[in-house]
Design a protein around this ligand. Structure first.
Ligand SMILES: [Zn+2]
Length: 365
């Protein structure tokens, strides 16, 4: 297995965050909102904006896929009025199925070598004491430096890249970036994390939609999610000749009706590959679901229809009827538009489909 370690680029950002989220195995716990923060994938994102050392943001690539990542943040050792910059190693993550295959090792070796070349003086960080000594890391106590509270323990480690670099701050304390402050960042972390579960569920809708397409149906899929779990899934089964309605959301509503309590439905989220039509919206409202997340928006979907988009305030109309519903659109919308390439069982490139409809619309005018 060949492991290539290289600098992270902008194109890698989201994938790296997904890997970090998966590596730390928090996904389910995050969705239930039950664990402390900040979370590492948020940190990785935030470090690119502040306190991160981008030259030391490295990815490990195997078979053209990113499988691991490491980054460092700027930290310091404070001794009286004296402040000395140091590198804080982490977070480091490797996809679960690639763990214990030398990927973390390759990342850390490259990181140390690059940090030396860039002229950094020392690392100080918190990590597993049974893992890091193989690279030459030792307990921070060796350098006479303690954590911000004045303590030392085996998981607080360091390494001098320039011999004697830490001598001038002996007796000093290690100060991390404030992105490590749980209380300060809790809301931002939760907001950031929400987008990951939305994308994960939307991708499932797209899989269902493509599945429907490959069976010869129109490409739509929908799921109902409650408490971090998918309760039900449905695909489109519309048959125009038989005048069978069969929309994915409508099928989903039928699966859920008389099965789940109002309490569950009110707190569930219905994900759908494309903004629901009026009939489906009515069905969702009658089921009692309050939260709907759509992949492709009404506006974007109209590019594939023989008429122009007209803005309708659906939430407002429902509200007038006393129905409480929030409709969020455009989650992974570009990806969602490409799902329509499988429409009706035959593959057509999206660009061609849009061009064809533009032609139809022009001829109507
Ligand atoms: Zn519909």
């Amino acid at each position: 297995m060949e492991i290539i370690v290289r600098r992270e680029t902008k194109e890698d950002y989201r994938r790296v965050e997904e890997i970090t989220r998966e590596a730390f195995g928090y996904t389910e716990r995050i969705e239930r909102g039950g664990i402390g923060c900040p979370y590492e994938h948020w940190m990785v994102n935030e470090l690119r904006k502040r306190d991160g050392v981008l030259e030391l943001s490295l990815v490990a690539v195997v078979d053209n896929e990113i499988v691991g990542h490491v980054i460092c943040s700027k930290a310091k050792v404070k001794k009286d009025d004296n402040e000395l910059p140091v590198l804080n190693l982490g977070p480091i993550s490797v996809l679960p199925k690639y763990q214990k295959m030398g990927i973390g090792k390759a990342l850390i070796k490259e990181l140390i070598s690059n940090a030396k070349k860039l002229g950094f003086g020392a690392f100080l960080f918190f990590g597993r004491p049974e893992y890091y000594p193989q690279f030459g890391f030792v307990e921070a106590e060796t350098f006479g430096v303690s954590d911000s509270e004045g303590y030392n323990y085996p998981s607080f480690m360091g390494m001098e890249l320039i011999p004697g670099y830490l001598d001038c701050v002996k007796g000093g304390r290690f100060i991390e970036s404030d992105i490590y402050n749980d209380d300060l960042n809790r809301d931002a972390v939760l907001m950031f994390d929400k987008s990951f579960s939305e994308e994960k569920y939307m991708r499932r809708c797209y899989e269902l939609a493509i599945g429907a397409g490959k069976k010869g149906y129109d490409t739509f899929g929908a799921i109902l999610v409650y408490d971090g779990k998918i309760l039900e899934e449905a695909e489109n089964t519309a048959d125009y000749k038989k005048r069978i309605f069969g929309h994915a959301e409508f099928n989903l509503v039928h699966k859920c009706a008389n099965k789940y309590s109002d309490e569950i439905l009110e707190n569930a989220v219905l994900y759908t590959s494309c903004a629901p039509c009026e009939r489906c919206l009515g069905a969702i409202a009658s089921l009692g679901v309050h939260n709907v997340v759509c992949g492709v928006s009404y506006k974007e979907f109209c590019k594939l229809l023989p008429f122009d988009y007209q803005a309708v305030d659906r939430e407002g109309l429902l509200k007038q009827l006393g129905i409480q519903m929030t409709l969020k659109e455009s989650v992974l919308e570009d990806e969602g538009m490409h799902v329509f390439e499988w429409w009706g069982g035959e593959y057509h490139p999206l660009e061609e489909m849009i061009a064809e409809m533009d032609e139809v619309k022009r001829n109507q005018k």
